[in-house]
Design a protein around this ligand. Structure first.
Ligand code: ZN
Length: 565
C-alpha cells in the first residue's frame, strides 16, 4: 500500500479512555498472567491506533499546511492527546505495581520493567502545574527567538536567515553578520535570563517534590536513562577535554591555513572552505536513484528497505509551496513503515537526509514486527547510533553524490563531527553546574559558562563582542531551554558511530553484522548492554575515545588535501 492510500481514522477518544481504564485494571489484577497480558496487548493496540492517526495527520499537515481538513484534525488531536497520556501512566502503574510484575519481567526482560519504573518516577499529580509552567516558559523562549528581526544588507532576516551571511567567503561580511546576529540576541539578554532563571527554579522544585535531590537525576529519568548517570557523564566529558580538544585544535589550525587567516575570530570558523561547501550533483530524482543503487549494494536488507520506501512513496523530500520547513523521520505504526519528510535545498544536507534519516527509518523498518511497542522504545543516544553510523557505512558511495566534491565532503563530515564533541560537552557540563547550583544568579551562570567554554573551546576569540566574552553563547542553544541534558546524547552516539566507521574500514563484514544487531536489538536492553552486545566500547569507559581517534586521524590524513580548499 502506498502512503497516499493509507487511511486516516479519527480516534474515538471517549471510547478509548473508558476501555483503556477497564483494561488497565485487568493488567494489574486478572485471573492469570495470560489474561493480564491479553489486556496489555489490547492496550498496545489502542495506543498504536492513536499513534497511527496522529502520525498520518502530522505528516499530511506538514506536506500541505493549507489542507483545512488535516489542519482541523491536528488541532483536535492536540487537544485530546493529553487524555491518552493518563492511560500510559496507568499502564506503567499496572505493570510495576500489579500482580504480574515478575511474569512481565520473565517474558519481556528487566529493561521492560525498568522503562516503566523510570517513567513513573518522573511524574506525580503534584507537579502538573509545574509542568504547565515549564512548557509555557519553553514556548516563550521559542517565540522570542523566532521573533528575531535583524536589519541586514537592506533586508530583514530571522536568525536562520543570517546563516548564509555568517558563512560568507568575504571576511568583512562574516564579521558584520556575526555582530548583527549576536547583537540582536545580546539585546534580549534580560528576557533570556529571566526565562531561564524561572525554568531552572521550576525544574528544581519539581525534582524536590518528586523526592530527587535536584533536577539532574529527574532529567536523566525523563530521558529514560536507566543505566548511566551524571558520574558516567563526568568521566566521559573528561575524555573529550583531554583527547578530543587537542585533536579539534589541530583541525581548527588546518582550517585557518586553508582560509589564509592567521588571527582567526569566532566568525571565521563558520566558513570551512574558500571554494564553498561540498554540493550534491543533482536534484531529488538524481539523489534518490543514487541512494537506490547504494542501498542495494550495501546489503540485502537495505535493498529491500529502500526499494520499499521508494515504491510505497514513503518519502516527501523536495521543498514546495505550502510545505512546512525542516525534516524528520517517523513510523506509521499500524502499517509497519517509516516515513521521511524533508526540504531538499541543494546543499549536502540533502544527502544527509538519505543517509542519516534513512538510518532512523531503516531501524523502524527492521523493528516493524516488534510488539508490544514498549519493547522497542529506546533512548536517544541509541537512536542516533543507527542514523549517524549509516552516514559512515554509506561513505564508499559518496562519490556518486558529490563527484569532484567528495573529498571535501569526507573531510567536512568527519572533522565537523569531531569539532562538535567539545561544544556538546561544554553544554552538558554547564547544565550540570546550573542544576547543582539552582540559586546562582544569571551573571554567575554566564561566568561559569565562559570558564567551561575556555576548557573545551580554547581557540575562540570573540573579537571584543562583549556578550559572548561574558559567556552568553549558550543562550542561542535551544536545547538548554527546552530539552535539558539532551545534548550529550548526540556526542555519545557520535563516539559509537565513529567506532563503526573505523571498524568498517578494516572489516566491513563484521562491522555491518554488529550494526545490524544494534538496529534489531534496540530497546530490548539498555544502552550499555546494547553496545556491548554490538561489539562497541562504552564511551563511559576510560580510554574509549583514545582508542577511536587514531583511526579518524588516519582517515583524515589519507584525503587528498589538494581537493580540500
Ligand atoms: Zn537523528
Amino acid at each position: 500500500m502506498k502512503f497516499k492510500d493509507m487511511q486516516y481514522l479519527r480516534p474515538d477518544f471517549d471510547d478509548i479512555i473508558s476501555r483503556g481504564r477497564e483494561l488497565v485494571k485487568s493488567v494489574a489484577k486478572a485471573e492469570s498472567f495470560k489474561k493480564s497480558l491479553d489486556s496489555y496487548m489490547l492496550l498496545d493496540t489502542l495506543e498504536k491506533d492513536v499513534a497511527t492517526a496522529v502520525t498520518l495527520c502530522h505528516i499530511r499537515t506538514s506536506i500541505d499546511t493549507n489542507d483545512e481538513f488535516y489542519k482541523a484534525e491536528m488541532d483536535y488531536l492536540n487537544e485530546q492527546i493529553p487524555r491518552v497520556q493518563e492511560i500510559s501512566n496507568l499502564i506503567a502503574h499496572a505493570v510495576v505495581e500489579g500482580d504480574y510484575k515478575e511474569d512481565y519481567k520473565n517474558k519481556f526482560g528487566q529493561y521492560f520493567i525498568d522503562k516503566h519504573e523510570v517513567s513513573l518516577s518522573t511524574f506525580a499529580p503534584e507537579i502538573i502545574e509545574d509542568l504547565v509552567e515549564e512548557n509555557k516558559l519553553s514556548t516563550e523562549y521559542g517565540n522570542l527567538m523566532a521573533s528575531a528581526k535583524i536589519e541586514f544588507e537592506g533586508e530583514t532576516h530571522n536568525l536562520s536567515g543570517m546563516e548564509p551571511f555568517m558563512q560568507s567567503t568575504d571576511r568583512e561580511m562574516r564579521k558584520k553578520a556575526n555582530f548583527a546576529m549576536w547583537g540582536w540576541i545580546a539585546a534580549k539578554q534580560v528576557e533570556l535570563d529571566e526565562i531561564y532563571d524561572k525554568l531552572v527554579k521550576v525544574r528544581h522544585n519539581m525534582a524536590r517534590k518528586l523526592g530527587f535531590e535536584n533536577f539532574i537525576p529527574l532529567a536523566y529519568a525523563r530521558m529514560g536513562r536507566t543505566d548511566w548517570n551524571a558520574e558516567d557523564a563526568k568521566i566521559y566529558r573528561e575524555q573529550i577535554a583531554n583527547s578530543v580538544v587537542p585533536f579539534a585544535q589541530k583541525l581548527y589550525l588546518e582550517q585557518a591555513q586553508r582560509l589564509g587567516v592567521d588571527d582567526m575570530k569566532n566568525y571565521d570558523y563558520n566558513l570551512e572552505f574558500l571554494s564553498g561547501n561540498p554540493k550534491p550533483l543533482g536534484d531529488e530524482k538524481y539523489l534518490v536513484d543514487k541512494a537506490l543503487n547504494m542501498y542495494s549494494e550495501l546489503s540485502s536488507e537495505t535493498k529491500e528497505f529502500f526499494e520499499m520506501m521508494v515504491n510505497r512513496e514513503l518519502m516527501d523530500l523536495s521543498t514546495k509551496p505550502g510545505k512546512r520547513g525542516g525534516g524528520f523521520c517517523t513510523t506509521i505504526s499500524n502499517y509497519g513503515v517509516p516515513f521521511i519528510f524533508s526540504n531538499f535545498n541543494g546543499t549536502s544536507g540533502d544527502v544527509d537526509v538519505l543517509t542519516h534519516e534513512a538510518g532512523h527509518a531503516f531501524n523502524g523498518y527492521m523493528q516493524r514486527d516488534v510488539s508490544p511497542e514498549a519493547l522497542s522504545d529506546y533512548t536517544m543516544e541509541v537512536a542516533e547510533i543507527h542514523s549517524m553510523s549509516m552516514e559512515f557505512f554509506t561513505h564508499p558511495w559518496m562519490e556518486g553524490f558529490f563527484g569532484e566534491d567528495s573529498e571535501k565532503y569526507y573531510y567536512a563530515h568527519v572533522s565537523s563531527a569531531i569539532k562538535f564533541l567539545p561544544y556538546g560537552a561544554s553544554i552538558d557540563e554547564f547544565q550540570e553546574w546550573v542544576y547543582t547550583n539552582p540559586e546562582a544568579t544569571p551573571k554567575e551562570r554566564r561566568n561559569k559558562y565562559r570558564e567551561i567554554e575556555k576548557k573545551y573551546l580554547p581557540h575562540l576569540d570573540y573579537d571584543g563582542m562583549e556578550y559572548l566574552e561574558n559567556g552568553g553563547r549558550w543562550q542561542k542553544q535551544s536545547h538548554v531551554y527546552s530539552m535539558p541534558f539532551y545534548y550529550l546524547d548526540y556526542t555519545i552516539s557520535q563516539i559509537c558511530a565513529f567506532q563503526y566507521f573505523v571498524w568498517d574500514m578494516k572489516e566491513h563484514g563484521a562491522a555491518w553484522e554488529n550494526y545490524m544487531h544494534c538496529v534489531k536489538r534496540a530497546g530490548f536492553v539498555p544502552f550499555k548492554e546494547l553496545i556491548k552486545e554490538c561489539g562497541l566500547k562504552s564511551p563511559f569507559e576510560e580510554g574509549c575515545i583514545d582508542s577511536v581517534l587514531p583511526g579518524l586521524e588516519k582517515f583524515i590524513a589519507s584525503l587528498d588535501k589538494n581537493k580540500i580548499v
